[in-house]
Design a binder for this molecule. Structure first.
Ligand SMILES: Nc1ncnc2c1ncn2[C@@H]1O[C@H](COP(=O)(O)OP(=O)(O)OP(=O)(O)O)[C@@H](O)[C@H]1O
Ligand SMILES: [Mg+2]
Length: 259
């Protein structure tokens, strides 16, 4: 009998071309919640801003090699991984030049997917943070992903951007990755006290139905405090409601089954 193939990790990209909607916060804290459940997790920082890398206390100025070298020079991704709360493949400032450096490369949309091939057996989940754009770095993430989690700040304007993201995903499915699906849309920075937030949540559910997670991430200053200490909120305030909201989200994602 042929040996069973090593199980593949579930690869989740966190994407929304709108800035400041909690992509990085969600990548880190959901990954921390998976790790707390005993899963082997890798986070990947595909954003030249390096916020995910920084939020684990790592200085993107000192990372060598980084995701830039992985994407542009095919350096093994294991060489860009540092371990803090979990494994993290780090960004450096020069990642900003990666889109141009990759633009003439054959298979430029598949560089990340290719980098994952050597580590598939090592992780249960790979969580990819993306920049606030739909450029080549985000396209690499969506091409390598099984699922996409879309954090949205509950405002009318940010919802219009969701349609654009859906169009990009259709294009990715047609040309690069037929199986990629939205795992869910996550309302973030929710201020439950305002009528505007309530109305925005209702509108989101009207338009996107059960694609919207039941979990809600409320606004709290803990999410700004934790990264300054180089920690996830789950480590910074393990018993607080902010940590619990991401544990709840982890339960929802895990109950959707293994792909
Ligand atoms: N639930 C929350 N409550 C309050 N502040 C939050 C919450 N989630 C995130 N923040 C803060 O909001 C800011 C934006 O969050 P984050 O960096 O995760 O967004 P992003 O979508 O990754 O941004 P960018 O598009 O620039 O990459 C950060 O300062 C973060 O600490
Ligand atoms: Mg970010």
């Amino acid at each position: 009998m042929a040996p069973a193939a090593a199980p593949r990790p579930k690869v989740i990209a966190f994407a929304n071309q709108k800035g400041g909607v909690a992509k990085t916060t969600t990548t880190l804290n959901l990954a921390a919640a998976f790790a707390e459940e005993g899963h082997r997790v890798l986070c990947v920082d595909m954003d030249p801003q390096g916020n995910l890398t920084m939020s684990q206390g790592i200085d993107p100025d000192t990372v060598e090699p980084s995701m830039y070298d992985v994407l542009v020079h095919d350096v093994p991704i294991t060489e860009a991984i540092r371990t803090v709360e979990m494994d993290i493949a780090c960004a450096s400032i020069d990642l900003a030049g990666a889109e141009i450096a990759m633009s003439t490369k054959i298979g430029r949309e598949r560089s990340l997917e290719k980098a994952f091939r050597t580590i598939n057996g090592d992780y249960d989940f790979i969580c990819i943070d993306t920049p606030p754009s739909l450029g080549l770095l985000t396209i690499n993430a969506l091409t390598a992903a099984d699922k996409v989690i879309v954090p949205v700040q509950c405002e009318y304007l940010s919802m219009r951007g969701l349609l654009q993201l859906q169009n990009t995903l259709s294009m990715i499915r047609e040309n690069l990755n037929p199986d990629v699906q939205i795992e869910g849309i996550l309302p973030t920075l929710v201020d439950a006290r305002t009528l505007h937030a309530q109305e925005a949540l209702e509108l989101l559910e009207e338009n996107f139905g059960d694609q919207v997670f039941a979990s809600r991430i409320k606004k709290t200053v803990r999410f700004a405090e934790a990264p300054v200490k180089g920690m996830s909120v789950l480590r910074y305030e393990p018993n607080g409601p902010a940590a619990d909201s991401y544990r709840q989200l982890a339960k929802e994602v895990l109950s959707h089954g293994q792909r």
